[in-house]
Design a binder for this molecule. Structure first.
Ligand code: DAH
Length: 351
C-alpha cells in the first residue's frame, strides 16, 4: 500500500489494473486470454474479491472506493474486449494463411438420368407425338387384369410363359404391362391410343433376366385398325429410336391376347445387319443380322369381349417391349446387371 493512496482498497484496485494490463500484453491466444478473464474478472476472480470488501469499509470511504472500483471494472472489461478482438483477428488470419486457394476443389458427384428412364421417356415422347396417352397402373395386380382378361383363364398353359411372383392365389406382381390394356379399355370407349410404361416382375434371375424389369405397352383400338397400321407405327418408332436406316421384320409368333401375333426384329444395331463387325462375327446378333425387339399383334376378340368392346365393330393392335433391352441395343450395353448396380460412373455416361 502506498502512502499517497488515501485508501488501501483503491491502491489494491489500481495495482490489479496494472497487473491485468501487463498480463494481457503477454497472452498469445484466446484460451490464455480466457484464463486471465476468469482469474481477474470472473465471478470469483480477484476484482470480485476486492469488491466484496466494499460493504465492510468505513461508510465515509465507501462512495469514493465504490466509484474507483466501478471505473476499474469498466476499464478492465474494455481492455479485455480489445485484446480479444485482436486475438480473434490474428487467429482468423492464421487460418487464412493455412488456406491454399490454389488447391483444386473437390468435384461434386452429379447424378444423371438413368438410361432406363431416358429410354422410357424417349419411347413415351414418340408415342405422345402420335397422339397416344400415357397410362399407368398398379404393380401389384390381380389375376383378372394380368391373366384372365388377356385370354389366359386359370389353368391356361400360356400362364407358364411367365414365372409369376404371387402375393396370394389371386394377387400377384404384374408379369407384364399388358394389364394396362385391360384397365384402359375398361375405363373408356374406343378410340383408344395408350402407351403404358412400368415395372414388371417375374420369378426369374440369371445373367440375362432380372426379377424386376421395365416394359412399355402400346395399344390402339378404333374402327378399321389393321396390321398395316401396326407395321407402319412400329417402323416409324424403331427408326426414331435406332436411326432411319433401321429395317424391320415381322416374325409370326404366339401371344394369348393377340391374333395374329408377331415378334419384331430390327436389323442389328451393331453390324447394320451384315452379321460381321471388322471381319469378326457380330456378337450382338450372332451373325444373323437381326435382333428381336418386341412382341405385338392384333388384339384378340376374346380380349375385347372381356372388356365389353364390340369386336365386330372395332379392331386394334397391341405391342410390348422391354426397356432394358432397347437401352442395351441403343447404347451398346453388354451386361444387364449394369442397370441395377447404380454405379454412378455407368449412369454418368448417359448425360
Ligand atoms: N406381354 C408380353 C410379354 O410380357 C409382351 C407383349 C407381346 C405385349 C405382344 C403385347 C403384345 O401387347 O401384343 O412378354
Amino acid at each position: 500500500m502506498s502512502a499517497s493512496e488515501p485508501f488501501p482498497l483503491i491502491s489494491e484496485l489500481k495495482s490489479l489494473a496494472a497487473e491485468f494490463t501487463r498480463d494481457l500484453d503477454q497472452v498469445t491466444d484466446l484460451a490464455d486470454l480466457e484464463e486471465r478473464r476468469v482469474a481477474f474478472l470472473g465471478r470469483k476472480g480477484r476484482l470480485a474479491q476486492i469488491m466484496s470488501q466494499l460493504p465492510s469499509l468505513d461508510p465515509a470511504m465507501r462512495p469514493e472506493a465504490g466509484k474507483v472500483a466501478n471505473e476499474v471494472k469498466g476499464e478492465l472489461g474494455a481492455l479485455f474486449d480489445e485484446r480479444q478482438a485482436q486475438l480473434m483477428g490474428a487467429e482468423a488470419g492464421k487460418e487464412l494463411a493455412d488456406f491454399d486457394p490454389s488447391l483444386p476443389g473437390r468435384e461434386p458427384w452429379l447424378g444423371a438420368t438413368h438410361p432406363v428412364t431416358l429410354v422410357t421417356e424417349e419411347i413415351c415422347a414418340i408415342f405422345e407425338n402420335l397422339g397416344y396417352e400415357i397410362v399407368t397402373g398398379p404393380e401389384v395386380e390381380n389375376d383378372f387384369h394380368n391373366f384372365e382378361a388377356l385370354n389366359m383363364p386359370p389353368g391356361h398353359p400360356a400362364r407358364d410363359m411367365q414365372d409369376t411372383l404371387y402375393v396370394t392365389d389371386s394377387i400377384l406382381l404384374r408379369t407384364h404391362t399388358s394389364p394396362l390394356q385391360i384397365r384402359t379399355m375398361l375405363r373408356r370407349e374406343p378410340p383408344v391410343a395408350a402407351i403404358a410404361p412400368g415395372k414388371v416382375y417375374r420369378r426369374d434371375s440369371d445373367l440375362t433376366h432380372t426379377p424386376m424389369f421395365n416394359q412399355v405397352e402400346g395399344l390402339l383400338v378404333d374402327t378399321h385398325v389393321t396390321m398395316a397400321d401396326l407395321r407402319g407405327t412400329l417402323t416409324h418408332f424403331v427408326q426414331l429410336v435406332f436411326g432411319p436406316e433401321t429395317r424391320v421384320r415381322f416374325r409370326p409368333s404366339f401371344f394369348p391376347f393377340t391374333e395374329p401375333s408377331a415378334e419384331v426384329d430390327i436389323s442389328c444395331v451393331m453390324c447394320g445387319g451384315t452379321g460381321f463387325v471388322d471381319g469378326a462375327m457380330c456378337r450382338v446378333c450372332k451373325q444373323t443380322g437381326w435382333v428381336e425387339i418386341l412382341g405385338c399383334g392384333m388384339v384378340d376378340p376374346e380380349v375385347f369381349r372381356s372388356v365389353g368392346y364390340d369386336s365386330e365393330k372395332y379392331t386394334g393392335f397391341a405391342f410390348g417391349l422391354g426397356v432394358e433391352r432397347v437401352a442395351m441395343l441403343k447404347y451398346g450395353i453388354g451386361d444387364l446387371r449394369m442397370f441395377f448396380e447404380n454405379d454412378i460412373r455407368f449412369i454418368q455416361q448417359f448425360t
